[in-house]
Design a protein around this ligand. Structure first.
Ligand code: DUC
Ligand code: ZN
Ligand code: ZN
Ligand code: ZN
Length: 466
């Protein structure tokens, strides 16, 4: 069995910061011991990584990505191969992507199609959620089977009538089913029926630029849908995870539910923490780069998101990585913002952006690891295999240099997309080395991984009770 020691670093988990050497045996963490243990020679090893002055952190768990996802007449630009490679560059060693049920199709058919897309192509480990696009008697029954095979979470949409949309009756039924089988409902909470009216009115009035995407997707319509989702989950007796929370009033709805003791959880994304409607209003058609749903909000909303992350009103930061090239893809919406494919690239940037939040004092180092690694692993039934550094855990480990400086740019990133939403942003901190199950994937800023190393992860059920 191969043995690796990582010595001299500061090991950070969601609960502890300890100066320790780490022994990796095979694909797992074997032991942590005081600095000097490795040097004293009691641990013989094939490979030794010097982490002096560096952080030793769990590999990131990005619980919300869309590799090669069909959307708006095109398809997300990262494949499982390019997207998981970019994830590795950014210190993320697990992604949970979304298999999609087609309307009129079965969950089985959608899931098998996504297994086939990912199989043999991933650089890091991966799992799936299931998007329910057609809730009916047979798909409700299939939910039980999926839970028993390790696909334990289901995304529903209150947005996108005619595409992914579920009405309140369908939502209630799916929640009841999840309440019975241990599944977790993930909700895209925006009132899509009302939004479509506002879209039609905006276009009729000649308001076609990207900025109007943000205008029509009102804060009130995110807050209303969040409130409704919470109440439906309460009636169904099911836990609820609200994805891509962007508005202060939506955070307040989740906080209010949690204060009542309800098992309601929230996710936000780096784009809502670092970008705003100012980006959507960039001149010409540039704003199309920032079109995603829920939309970017005025800058004033960011403080509520940071506060929510500090206070555990929000538990997880995922990327909703859903990249579309500016050229040829975002451009489909020139002259009609509603035809701009929704989504931003970000799987490579999440760990660094959240470290920047540590540097800027928004969150602590341990909270960084919690929201980016441990909480998503626990939320989606992967802890402690993923999301921590402890004996028995998978040796998904990042050596992170907290002092290195970098500038984000599409010229140097590894995502298969022709722009960066964070172009020119200066960051302190950078991934140096990444192990996935003990195998180097990034070695001192060089990619040494391979497509096919990444393994499929069947998951358990949500490990949060509230
Ligand atoms: N919601 C997502 O979660 N991802 C892409 C598009 C969307 O609306
Ligand atoms: Zn030390
Ligand atoms: Zn969504
Ligand atoms: Zn998404």
């Amino acid at each position: 069995m191969s043995r690796t020691v990582i010595h001299g670093g500061l090991v950070i988990t969601a609960s502890d910061e300890i100066h320790a050497d780490v022994l990796v045996e095979g694909g797992r963490v074997a032991a942590l011991a005081a600095h000097g243990t490795a040097a004293a020679g009691s641990w013989t090893a094939d490979r030794s990584i010097d982490a002096t002055g560096k952080y030793v952190i769990p590999g990131g768990v990005d619980a919300h990505t869309h590799m090669e996802m069909p959307f708006g007449g095109t398809s997300a630009a990262d494949t499982f191969e390019t997207g998981t490679r970019a994830a590795a560059w950014g210190g993320t060693t697990t992604i949970i992507d979304f298999a999609v049920q087609s309307v009129g199709g079965s969950l089985r058919g959608g899931l098998d199609a996504w297994y086939a897309k990912a199989d043999g192509n991933c650089a890091v480990d991966y799992a799936f959620h299931m998007i329910l696009a057609d809730v009916n008697e047979s798909s409700l029954k299939e939910m039980d089977l999926l839970v028993s095979e390790g696909v334990t979470s289901f995304k529903l949409f209150m947005a996108y009538p005619g595409v992914f949309y579920s009405d309140d009756g369908q939502i209630l039924r799916a929640m009841q089913r999840a309440g019975g089988n241990g599944g977790l409902i993930m909700m895209h909470a925006e009132n899509g029926i009302a939004i479509d009216v506002l879209v039609e009115q905006a276009l009729a009035a000649g308001r076609t630029d990207p900025r109007y995407h943000g205008d029509v997707r009102k804060v009130a319509l995110e807050a209303e849908a969040t409130h409704r989702a919470v109440q439906l989950a309460r009636v169904a007796g099911a836990p609820l995870y609200v994805v891509h929370v962007s508005a202060d009033e939506a955070v307040a709805e989740i906080a209010a539910a949690r204060h009542k003791g309800l098992p309601v959880f929230g996710e936000t994304c780096p784009q809502y923490l670092f970008l705003s409607t100012d980006n959507l209003a960039e001149p010409g058609f540039e704003g199309a780069k920032y079109v995603c749903s829920t939309p970017l909000r005025p800058r004033e909303h960011q403080e509520a998101l940071w506060r929510g992350l500090r206070n555990d009103e929000l538990q997880v930061v995922s990327t909703d990585h859903c990249p579309f090239c500016f050229s040829g893809q975002k451009e489909l919406g020139r002259g009609d913002f509603s035809k701009i494919p929704n989504g931003l690239p970000g799987v490579e940037n999440r760990m660094d952006l959240l470290h920047q939040a540590v540097v800027e004092g928004h969150i602590s180092r341990r909270r960084w690891i919690d929201i980016a690694c441990a909480a998503p692993a626990r939320m989606f039934g992967l802890y402690p295999k993923k999301g921590t550094i402890a004996p028995g855990a998978d040796a998904d480990i990042v050596v992170y240099d907290p002092h290195a400086e970098q500038v984000i740019s599409a010229r140097t990133h590894h995502m298969n997309v022709d722009y960066s939403a964070y172009e020119g942003k200066h960051l302190t901190g950078r991934v140096e080395t990444v192990l996935s199950r003990g195998v180097p994937v990034i070695d001192r800023h060089t990619y040494v991984g391979r497509a096919g190393h990444g393994a499929y992860l069947p998951r358990g059920t949500c490990q949060f009770t509230r």
